[in-house]
Design a binder for this molecule. Structure first.
Ligand SMILES: Nc1ncnc2c1ncn2[C@@H]1O[C@H](COP(=O)(O)OP(=O)(O)OP(=O)(O)O)[C@@H](O)[C@H]1O
Length: 524
């Protein structure tokens, strides 16, 4: 017999004393949790609190060291994801597990353990995607899709297996506000159908808006339960991190207007590399010493292509297209641009921002051996291991990176802690130019505020900082001017004092800059 849940609903999942140990670290330490049918239950906690570890145990991708899981009142052992799926547990992961060289439908087919023809899967996936308001082209190649579109595939793949419990690990961190709204509608509909949802998020406003109950973890233990609707975002944040979260401070700087241009982009155009990528159209932009410029935009409007062009992952024909500290760099690759004093943080942290299997200190050396040759390499090119580990230690301390060993591989860090390490690694160089794509993706409220403050401070110390972000609140908090990328075109940056949510939102939707009127309201 199933029990009564804390909400008065029938308990679907009941977890007692669940524990997972990595080396000497108790990532989950005797966790109790119950989830009722038809509830959206938030799982909250700072980076490294144990949220992903807990849900991986529920999904059978990690084996607990101790504890019990009951499903519909019955004790169960979930030893693999396919067993979890058979029980009725579906999961949308934080790091997507899709093959880029396959289509959406082919990726979905791989996880359905049967021989259904691709055309049937494609038709079902498309129908389901439209009915839940998350339209999907089943024949699109995953490699050509934005992160938000990839997530849709994961969600549809999960829904196709008609789960009773859907676990979502930070689903909105990669979505635009509009995509997030669509997802909320989908989740509300699923709740209406009696499905349960376990929802991990660092975005506390959405937790307040959507979730019926919340369980808060800290250092692997449950530290509280609450009704998020009765809390404020800041009381939830304080509960998670166990201390006050500081607001970001940005003072207006008069000095920027006459300061040196450290990053100049001049008439950058790019033809699409694949049929699905976005062409860049005649983009010009100056970022001056002391300045933070924010780039807003709905995902998939060319931000990824723009980042590749500025960082030198893709080079240009004309050297003057990208100038770093007065040096034309358009034909130079990423290492040469780094040598000129620029630093780059890409959107995807695992694989792109860090090599997963390598230790943090080796990741540090990998990205900085050329720029910091004198510090990290000896005369004959030998590695000065103690200098590298001292620098890694400094970065970890500075960014408060929580980890289970002194120098673990990047893949052993929680998502948010890896992001903190990658940002810290670049900030530590005090680059003259920093270009960062989604700086606080997946980091908790306390760390997000520290990262934002650090970006402002880097600029105020004389660097030029360019931030691409889908988080408009973030851009309004840190930017001196905000430009919008739409369909491969970049609007003229609006000074922060003139920018409003409405103006920026209209530009994001494709309004001509001349049609954006001045009566728009100030952001909250
Ligand atoms: N495979 C692993 N090997 C060793 N340690 C690990 C491994 N996976 C996670 N950990 C450690 O367990 C702790 C909990 O990590 P987990 O990913 O569960 O945190 P989280 O709450 O999901 O954080 P985030 O919000 O950053 O995603 C972290 O200290 C992390 O370093």
């Amino acid at each position: 017999m199933a029990d009564e849940g804390a909400q008065g609903g029938v308990t679907l999942l009941d977890v007692r004393g669940l524990t997972k140990i990595f080396g000497s670290l108790k990532a989950c330490d005797g966790i109790d949790l119950d989830i009722a049918r038809g509830e959206i239950h938030a799982l909250l906690g700072e980076n490294g609190a144990g949220k992903s570890t807990l849900v991986k145990m529920l999904f059978g991708s990690l084996e607990p060291n101790a504890g019990e899981i009951r499903w519909e009142g019955r004790p169960v052992r979930i030893t693999s994801p396919s067993e979890a799926r058979k029980l009725g547990i579906g999961m949308v992961f934080q790091h997507f597990s899709l093959f880029e060289a396959l289509t959406a439908a082919e990726n979905i087919a791989l996880s359905l353990d049967d021989k259904t023809p691709i055309s049937t899967i494609a038709a079902k996936a498309q129908a389901l995607s439209y009915s839940y308001g998350l339209p999907l082209d089943p024949y699109a190649m995953v490699g050509d899709l934005s992160v938000g579109e990839r997530q849709r595939i994961e969600i549809i793949r999960c829904l196709l297996q008609t789960p009773q419990l859907i676990i979502l690990d930070e689903p909105t961190s990669v979505l635009t506000p509009q995509e997030a709204d669509k997802l909320f509608e989908t989740l509300e509909r699923l709740r209406g159908e009696g499905k349960s949802i376990l929802y991990i998020s660092h975005r506390l406003e959405e937790v307040k808006r959507m979730c019926d109950r919340a369980t808060v973890l800290r250092h692997g233990k449950v530290v509280g339960h609450c009704d998020p609707r009765a809390e404020t975002a800041s009381s939830l944040a304080n509960m998670m991190v166990g201390s006050e979260v500081h607001a970001v401070v940005r003072e207006h700087s008069e000095a920027i207007a006459g300061a040196e241009v450290l990053l100049r982009i001049d008439r950058l155009s790019r033809t699409p590399a694949t049929p699905f990528s976005i062409p860049l159209r005649d983009i010009s932009l100056n970022v001056r010493a002391g300045e933070v410029i924010g780039i807003a935009g709905v995902a998939g409007n060319g931000q990824g292509e723009f980042f590749e062009a500025i960082s030198g992952e893709v080079v240009q024909d004309r050297p003057e297209t990208v100038t770093v500290r007065g040096k034309p760099a358009g034909r130079d690759g990423i290492s040469a641009r780094r040598m000129m004093g620029a630093a780059f943080v890409p959107e995807e942290r695992l694989g792109h921002g860090a090599a997963p299997a390598m230790k943090l200190s080796d990741n540090l050396l990998l990205s900085r051996h050329a720029t910091d040759r004198g510090a990290y390499l000896g005369a004959a090119g030998t590695i000065r291991a103690s200098a590298v580990s001292a620098a890694a230690k400094r970065i970890n301390q500075e960014m408060d990176v929580r980890k289970s060993a002194e120098d673990p591989p990047a893949s052993a860090l929680s998502g948010g802690n890896l992001q903190k390490f990658i940002i810290g690694r670049e900030l530590d160089r005090k680059p003259a130019v920093l270009v960062v794509n989604q700086p606080t993706w997946g980091v908790d409220a306390g760390a997000a505020s520290r990262i934002r403050q650090a970006l402002i401070e880097l600029a105020r110390a004389g660097s030029a900082v360019l931030v691409i972000s889908q988080d408009l609140d973030e851009l309004f908090e840190i930017s001196d001017a905000i430009a919008v990328m739409h369909n491969g075109e970049l609007s003229k940056p609006l000074p922060r004092a003139e920018a409003t949510f409405e103006k920026i939102g209209l530009l994001m939707g494709g309004a001509e800059p001349g049609h954006v009127h001045d009566h728009a309201t100030e952001p909250a």
